[in-house]
Design a protein around this ligand. Structure first.
Ligand SMILES: NC(=O)c1ccc[n+]([C@@H]2O[C@H](COP(=O)([O-])OP(=O)(O)OC[C@H]3O[C@@H](n4cnc5c(N)ncnc54)[C@H](OP(=O)(O)O)[C@@H]3O)[C@@H](O)[C@H]2O)c1
Length: 270
C-alpha cells in the first residue's frame, strides 16, 4: 500500500497516513479558518455522471476507489466542520447518496476516529450546509454532530422555521446566494479552525469567487469517462482565473488504472 512521490521529492510513502500527517487542523492563523476541498476526477474532467436520470448524478463506481476513499477520510479526519450542499441530503433521503458523511460509519476508519480523539477533536466534524431552496429532508440530517445551514436573503422563512425546529442553526446571508466571505466569517465566528469542503461545482465556485479557499486536493484517475451530461469540479463564471501552486504530487500505480494525488495551494486574489 504505497505511492511514489513525483514532486517535490522522489521517495515512496505509505498510502495510509499520507494526508493525515499534514495536520490541516493546525495550519490556520489566529482567529482564522483553513478551508480545503477535494475531488476525484477523470482525465476528461468528470467528477460525476447521471445515475439514470440527468438530475441525479453521482461519482461513477469506475472512478471511485478505496485508496482514494481512504485519503478522502483522512482529510475529513482533520476537519472541525464539513461544508456541503443540500443536494447530498436530498440524495440521502432517497437512498442514493454515495456514502454516509465522513467519518460517520463507526465500524470503518476506527484509526481515524482514535486519531481525532488524540488530537482533541470532536468525534465527528460538524456540518455546514449551503442551500437556497432549504429543501433539506429533516430525516436525512445527522444526529451525531452539530448542523448549521447557510441560505441566501430570499430563502423561504417557513422552510427556515421548520429547520430551526429540527435543531438546525440557520444563518441568512444578506446576498441572494450564500457568499464565500459569509461562509468564512460564519466559520470563524463559531471558532472553527479547519473546514473541509466536500460539495460539488457550485459550492466550490462560491468559495473560489470570494478567495476563501486555501487548498484543493485533486485525485486524477487515469481514465476517460465520456458522457454528454456530467459535472466538473467548477461551474459558473469567475471574475478572474484562480492560480494554483503545486504543493505535492504522488503516483499511485498499485491500482489499475493508476491515479495521481495532487495537492494545490491557491494563490489569493490581489
Ligand atoms: N468526484 C468528486 O470528488 C465529487 C465531489 C463532490 C461532489 N461530486 C458530485 O458532484 C455532483 C454535484 O454535487 P453538489 O450538488 O454537492 O454540487 P454543488 O453544485 O456544489 O451544490 C448544489 C447545491 O448546493 C446549494 N448551493 C451551492 N452553492 C450555493 C450558494 N452559493 N448559496 C446557496 N446554496 C448554494 C444549492 O442547494 P439548493 O438547491 O438547496 O438551493 C445547490 O442546488 C454530485 O453528483 C456529486 O456526487 C463529486
Amino acid at each position: 500500500m504505497s505511492v511514489r512521490e513525483l514532486y517535490p521529492g522522489n521517495k515512496r510513502h505509505s498510502l495510509k497516513g499520507l494526508y493525515l500527517k499534514l495536520a490541516l487542523h493546525r495550519i490556520a492563523a489566529a482567529r482564522n479558518v483553513y478551508i480545503y476541498a477535494n475531488y476525484i476526477v477523470s482525465l476528461d474532467g468528470r467528477i460525476s455522471l447521471p445515475m439514470g436520470t440527468d438530475a441525479m448524478q453521482r461519482v461513477p463506481d469506475s472512478l471511485a476507489n478505496a485508496r482514494d476513499w481512504r485519503l478522502y477520510q483522512e482529510l475529513a479526519a482533520q476537519s472541525e466542520v464539513l461544508i456541503t450542499s443540500a443536494r447530498y441530503f436530498r440524495q440521502l433521503a432517497q437512498g442514493c447518496a454515495q456514502d454516509v458523511l465522513p467519518l460517520g460509519d463507526p465500524a470503518r476508519f476506527t484509526d481515524l476516529q482514535e486519531w481525532r480523539a488524540a488530537q482533541g477533536l470532536r468525534a465527528q466534524p460538524d456540518v455546514l450546509i449551503l442551500s437556497n431552496s432549504l429543501n433539506i429532508p429533516p430525516d436525512a440530517l445527522p444526529c451525531d454532530r452539530r448542523v448549521l445551514v447557510a441560505c441566501g436573503r430570499d430563502a423561504s422563512e417557513a422552510a427556515a422555521a421548520r429547520l430551526r425546529g429540527e435543531g438546525v442553526a440557520l444563518y441568512r446571508c444578506p446576498q441572494g446566494k450564500v457568499d464565500g466571505g459569509f461562509v468564512r466569517q460564519l466559520l470563524i465566528t463559531h471558532g472553527y479552525r479547519s473546514a473541509y469542503m466536500i460539495a460539488g461545482p457550485e459550492v466550490h465556485r462560491t468559495l473560489l469567487e470570494a478567495g476563501v479557499l486555501d487548498e484543493c486536493f485533486l485525485t486524477l484517475r487515469h481514465m476517460l469517462l465520456g458522457g454528454r451530461s456530467y459535472a466538473t469540479c467548477l461551474e459558473g463564471p469567475l471574475a478572474q482565473p484562480v492560480a494554483m501552486e503545486l504543493v505535492s504530487l504522488y503516483l499511485d500505480d498499485d491500482i489499475d488504472p493508476a491515479q495521481q494525488f495532487a495537492r494545490f495551494r491557491l494563490r489569493k486574489h490581489g
